[in-house]
Design a protein around this ligand. Structure first.
Ligand SMILES: CC(C)(COP(=O)(O)OP(=O)(O)OC[C@H]1O[C@@H](n2cnc3c(N)ncnc32)[C@H](O)[C@@H]1OP(=O)(O)O)[C@@H](O)C(=O)NCCC(=O)NCCS
Length: 178
């Protein structure tokens, strides 16, 4: 799939189903070997879709989601962001998620989605941001490093009783991400 045939646009409520599919399918491929297999097997399109419905219904003005869509209208990735969620004193914006279906990875879609979120953060007045990534998710870490992120924080995520270390990457000046 050539990158130019993929369009990045703002997500809309009708995207809830495809967003759920990308979310669950990408979790299963990217986190296999990192997150407990039972947890990945138990992820559900329906549950995830209803979470997306809630996000669109709540119409949270500060949260923005962008999708990557093929010329055929298939959604193959998404990214979302908004205000930082834990009161970090330095990094005020946050990228909450960037997910690209495995078959479409490494062709520039993730970068375009991340840039779309960053541009929205800038329009909303943010100049800095961070994001969280599982320490063992090496490909994603390389991706964020390629965007100029620096490792700044650590925390532990617990999934099904297993502790998973997370790192955050921070950008003091998001205007460097283009
Ligand atoms: C991480 C992810 C969002 C990156 O999106 P992508 O579309 O595959 O990445 P891009 O093609 O835009 O890559 C941009 C640059 O990032 C770096 N990069 C991306 N994937 C990489 C990988 N697997 N290994 C090393 N570097 C990588 C490269 O520098 C790449 O530039 P290049 O291809 O010219 O060398 C995507 O692979 C993905 O969805 N992964 C699974 C889910 C996930 O881990 N999401 C992040 C959760 S925190």
């Amino acid at each position: 799939m050539r990158m130019s045939s993929i369009r990045v646009r703002a997500a809309r409520p009708a995207d809830a189903g495809p967003l759920a599919r990308v979310h669950v399918d990408t979790w299963r491929t990217a986190y296999s070997g990192i997150v407990a297999p039972d947890y990945l097997a138990g992820l559900s399109y329906e549950a995830r879709e209803s979470q997306w419905d809630d996000i669109f219904l709540a119409n949270q003005p500060a949260t923005s989601t962008f999708v990557a869509e093929t010329a055929d209208g298939e959604i193959v990735g998404f990214a979302s962001g908004g205000p930082e969620r834990q009161g970090d004193p330095t990094y005020l914006g946050e990228v909450y998620a960037v997910y690209v279906l495995q078959d479409h990875q490494r062709s520039g879609v993730g970068r375009r989605l991340a840039v779309a979120v960053v541009e929205q953060l800038r329009r909303d007045g943010f100049t800095s941001m961070l994001l969280w990534v599982l320490e063992d998710n090496r490909p994603a870490r390389r991706f964020y490093e390629s965007l100029g992120g620096e490792q700044v924080r650590q925390r532990t995520l617990t999934i099904e009783g297993t502790d998973l270390p997370e790192l955050s990457y921070g950008w003091k000046d998001i205007s460097s991400i283009t």
